[in-house]
Design a binder for this molecule. Structure first.
Ligand SMILES: Cc1cc2nc3c(=O)[nH]c(=O)nc-3n(C[C@H](O)[C@H](O)[C@H](O)COP(=O)(O)O)c2cc1C
Length: 192
């Protein structure tokens, strides 16, 4: 699958087929997070792959979102922040959020490439998730991903924000591009 197709096709799924994913595929998707950019090359994400049905139920209860309990696998992503905090002090909070987001996008696109689906879940009682999975208190639980095959392919058009509402040129709110120099040309011509 081409990267552009994976980006455009990815969408949240909350109803899964009975068919169980191959756990090795999920591990390959987790592996893809290791290629994400990390400040100071200090890797913060940690993962717990859950197949135990009792634990899936307990984590699902902590999310208060029933469909989570219907997945055959959950991936719980945590963040080990201590080294980044020591290294970057007060900047580390933003760094950690940004790099964990980059790692998550690698994970989501890798799932898409393998024909697997998920929904990024952030709403949960962190303490309950930690207790179920024996996650040390100093780690942060970042997100939970129920993994499965989509029950029925989504056909509805995705609502996308228009590009001209999010992109400006040279100055915030300036919507007109000045044509950049073509190789070998000195002048800058207006773009119409
Ligand atoms: C930080 C974050 C937290 C989210 N938390 C939840 C959640 O707790 N439950 C849920 O059903 N979806 C959650 N989502 C999924 C969004 O609702 C979903 O991505 C959005 O509706 C856009 O749909 P799409 O993923 O199909 O593009 C979350 C997404 C993000 C990025």
């Amino acid at each position: 699958m081409k990267l552009g197709d994976a980006i455009k096709k990815r969408h949240s799924v909350s109803k899964f087929k009975e068919k169980s994913p191959d756990w090795r595929d999920i591990i390959e998707c987790i592996d893809s997070t290791r290629y994400a950019p990390m400040a100071g090359e200090i890797f913060t994400p940690r993962f717990v792959l859950i197949h135990d049905s009792k634990k899936i139920q307990e984590v699902a209860t902590a999310t208060q979102q029933h469909f989570v309990s219907t997945a055959k696998y959950l991936v719980v992503m945590c963040s080990e922040n201590s080294k980044t905090e020591i290294h970057f002090g007060s900047d580390s909070e933003d760094y950690i959020k940004q790099q964990n987001g980059a790692a998550i996008q690698n994970f989501l696109l890798s799932l898409e490439e393998k024909g697997l689906t998920t929904t990024w879940i952030k709403l949960f009682v962190e303490e309950n998730v930690k207790e179920t999975l024996s996650i040390p208190k100093e780690l942060k639980v970042v997100a939970i991903f129920p993994i499965g095959y989509e029950y029925k392919k989504e056909t509805k058009e995705k609502r996308l924000i228009e590009l001209d509402r999010i992109l400006y040129y040279d100055k915030y709110k300036n919507k007109r591009m000045t044509q950049p120099n073509v190789a070998g040309e000195d002048s800058v011509r207006p773009w119409f």
